[in-house]
Design a protein around this ligand. Structure first.
Ligand code: MTE
Ligand code: HPA
Ligand code: MOS
Length: 764
């Protein structure tokens, strides 16, 4: 079944923030942001902006009614800088003008006197100076130190992972409109309507019931709008509060890239110990997370790095320590995988390191250490593992040995083009790691004409959550999809929402919808029972728009039943609440059962590297993926394909570059390369894992949003294998050195851009 938005998308009829018709008198905001990364803010001169054409008001921190604060986890993030600036792009002042253009022109006339302070961009430097966002976090199982002494092989190294720009097609933005009695309605491009509502209430000083947040859909979020849509909504709301006029701000692409945070770069040290049978006995990792200048979601992201630091492997002795380091970059934030991918990259690096030193393929070590059913994660939860089944089913379907042989044969015959192959198993936990966030609500109305309206806390951002929720309602009422309509995500209809994140939106909001629909259906059955002379409601079902009795269609159709129930004064609406059962986590012991379930999978990635130019192509990504039992294969396959391409982009070509002064150099699409249609893998093959196991997902259809991104990590190691192949083949005319005797000649440093590939090919 297609995504219900597909028709309006291709016809250009889908409504995004910028498509909302403007109310007469709307003002446009633009911020003046810090030109330097760190300094004392001595003076702000807004006088030229104030007399600039079309300007209605210029706002600085002193004008705010409420608190100058938008930090969600820790109150360390002022909306507008007032005494210090902490990163280039930090908002200092807001200009409100009668057009977008005039607002931008005026903002350029603002100046600030800033006394420079020391700029830190490196998380290790920040950690050395004690610049931590929160105290370090640690996972411990067994005794890693002791266990290393028993290991046959021990390897230590370092891995560096860069960030990633979200590059949602729709930039950040909001539109605030004054309502009666001093209220404000805010249209926001946010994954977290309640997060926006809270931030707006903080800065305006108004109670939450006075602020309405409404979201139709996003042109992509990818985590970048989980927390970072708040500032722009707060800026518009403050403008509306001070002028009582509607205020809109839709960021220019370069403003967005400059002022918003990205995926967290990490630097890590690892130590891995194996016994003679290649079992990983001990693993130690220290993670330095580059949090940027404010907390944002960094501690939660850091925690997920720890949760996924052993990926799909069972390791009996683990010590993992993680530091969230404050630097002078824009606050980094959620991005598909939420810290998990960085944790996985490090253990995959450790395994590749061991394999290279031992002169074998990493897949030999990977295969020997996959989680078995019942194995314990370092955080205490036991697995219902599909790690081995997904590996075996992928192997049976794609034949790993054959693919490797094909690459070997190609390489033997080819001097300047080399193929590399790598395997990438993935195990990703589903649930917000902060247990209280795992709740959702749904409001279902059945109207007297038989049509159905559903509102939930889920935000549609292209991932198809609305389609899945509509499927839930259609299935329970036995109706065609056209009878069900999903409405905007709105804080008046659904309060206290968790953001649409952690891949859990369909599970949480879908199950709340299922409960609401089942409650209404039960009421309808009570009415129908007499009409079709059934003995009990248990004999009744709804299918194809008719009431069925013991599986036989009756003459009572849906519409007649609904109207009859209404005339009998039966409630045709329901608001239901779902909270994931059985989950918990205790940070005092760092143990618990944080995830409703895990999603597993195994991918094999093949690449061809052009060893004269450093360019490469991804030949294929073939995976066996654990969908549980997919309720929508076209939506889910789309998530897999998109996730893989986004993961490959992060690992191979997307390079976020800040200079030593904290200035973003990759600040536009001309300097930041994202995958396009020419760089997607030539083949993406998806094999659904065959398993009968029950799970806590909606209709057994496991969450799919984030896990496939991590298959992209395989591309890094496949390229690495091709590069190694070139370096260890006979020296050619140019005289490239053969690999050093111990094999490991490349650092673990992502992304593997074509430039880096080229430099590594010829580095001796
Ligand atoms: N797919 C599209 N098309 N656009 C997006 O912004 N975000 C991803 C993923 N897939 C995203 C996407 C992220 S980061 C998450 S957490 C999930 O979708 C959230 O949606 P879900 O909970 O409904 O899977
Ligand atoms: N995943 C994604 N987003 C989140 C999480 C999480 O575990 N916790 C808080 N926000
Ligand atoms: Mo996704 S990073 O949890 O929004």
């Amino acid at each position: 079944m297609k995504n219900i938005d597909s028709k309006s998308h291709v016809r250009g009829e889908s409504v995004y923030l910028d498509d909302i018709p403007l109310i007469h008198g709307t003002l446009f905001a633009c911020v003046y942001d810090s030109p330097v990364a760190h300094g004392k803010l001595l003076n702000i001169d807004t006088s030229q902006a104030e007399i600039s054409e079309g300007v209605v008001k210029v706002i600085t921190a002193k004008d705010l009614f409420g608190e100058n604060q938008i930090g969600g986890i820790i109150p360390d993030e002022p909306l507008l800088a007032y005494d210090e600036v902490h990163f280039q792009g930090m908002p200092i002042a807001i200009v409100l003008a009668t057009s977008e253009d005039l607002a931008r022109k005026a903002a350029r006339k603002i100046t600030a006197e800033i006394e420079p302070l020391e700029i830190i961009t490196d998380p290790r430097v920040a950690a050395a100076k004690g610049e931590l966002i929160v105290p370090p976090k640690k996972f411990k199982m067994g005794d890693a130190d002791k266990a290393f002494a028993t290991c046959e092989h021990v390897f230590e190294g370092r891995a560096d992972i860069n960030g990633q720009e979200h590059l949602y097609i729709e930039t950040q933005g909001a539109y605030a409109v004054p309502t009666e009695n001093g209220g404000i309605k805010i249209y926001s491009s946010t994954q977290g309507p309640t997060a926006v509502q809270r931030a707006v209430c903080k800065v305006t000083g108004w109670p939450m019931h006075q602020i309405e947040v409404d979201v139709q859909r996003l042109g992509g979020g990818f985590g970048g709008k989980e927390d970072q849509a708040n500032a722009w909504a707060a800026i518009c709301a403050v403008g509306t509060q001070l002028t009582r006029r509607p205020v809109k701000y839709a960021l220019h692409r370069m403003e967005d890239m400059r002022m918003t945070g990205k995926r967290h770069p990490y630097s890590a040290d690892y130590k891995i110990g194996l016994n003679k049978d290649l079992k990983i006995i001990s693993y130690e990792a220290v993670f330095y997370q580059n949090a940027g200048a404010a907390c944002d979601l960094s501690p939660a992201v850091l925690e997920r790095t720890l949760f996924h630091c052993t990926n799909s492997y069972f390791v009996p002795n683990v010590t993992a320590t993680a530091y969230s380091c404050r630097t002078n970059l824009p606050p980094n934030t959620a991005f598909r995988g939420f810290g998990g991918p960085q944790g996985m990259f490090v253990i995959e690096s450790a395994i590749a390191h061991a394999a290279e030193k031992l002169g074998m393929s990493a897949s030999e070590i990977q295969a020997k250490n996959l989680l078995e059913n019942g194995d314990e994660f370092p955080y205490g939860q036991r697995t219902e593992s599909e790690a081995i089944t997904s590996w075996k089913q992928a192997d049976a379907k794609y034949d790993f040995a054959r693919l490797q042989r094909e690459a070997d044969e190609f390489n033997a015959a080819s001097r300047y083009f080399k193929k590399g192959v790598a395997l990438m198993p993935v195990c990703f936990g589903i649930s917000f790691t902060k247990t209280p966030m795992n709740q959702a609500r749904s409001l279902v109305h059945v109207y007297t004409d038989g049509s159905v309206a559903v509102s939930t806390g889920a935000v549609e951002m292209g991932q198809g959550v609305n389609t899945k929720i509509a499927q839930v309602a259609a299935k329970i009422f036995g109706l065609p999809m056209e009878k069900v309509r999903l409405h905007t995500t709105n804080t008046l209809r659904i309060a206290n929402t968790s953001p649409t994140a952690a891949s859990a939106a369909a599970d949480l909001n879908g199950q709340a919808t299922q409960m609401a629909c089942e409650t209404i259906r039960h009421r309808l059955f009570e009415v129908a029972k007499d009409l079709v002379e059934a003995e009990t409601v248990r004999d009744l079902s709804l299918e194809g728009g008719f009431v069925h009795r013991r599986g036989e269609r009756t003459s009572l159709d849906w519409q007649t039943l609904v109207m009859d129930a209404h005339l009998k004064r039966v409630n045709l609406s329901e608001h239901s609440h779902y909270a994931t059962p059985g989950i918990n986590f205790d940070w005092t012991t760092a143990k618990g059962h944080p995830f409703a379930y895990h999603v597993y999978g195994t991918a094999i990635v093949g690449v061809t590297v052009d060893c004269l130019r450093g360019r490469y192509e991804i030949d294929y990504v073939k995976c066996c993926h654990d969908f549980g039992s997919s309720m929508n294969t076209s939506v889910d396959n789309g998530q897999i394909e998109g996730g893989i391409v986004q993961g490959i982009g992060w690992m191979t070509m997307e390079e976020v570059v800040y200079d030593a002064a904290g200035k973003l150099r990759s600040n536009a699409l001309s300097t930041y390369k994202v995958p396009d249609i020419y760089s997607v893998p030539k083949e993406i093959a998806i094999l659904p894992l065959a398993t009968d196991r029950e799970n806590l997902a909606i209709f057994n259809s496991k969450a799919v949003g984030e896990p496939p991104l991590m298959y992209g990590i395989g591309a890094y190691f496949a390229i690495r294998n091709a590069v190694k192949e070139f370096k260890s083949s006979p020296p050619y005319e140019g005289g490239v050195a053969a690999a050093s005797a111990d094999g490991v000649v490349l650092s673990f440093d992502a992304p593997f851009t074509p430039e880096k590939v080229l430099m590594n090919l010829y580095k001796t």
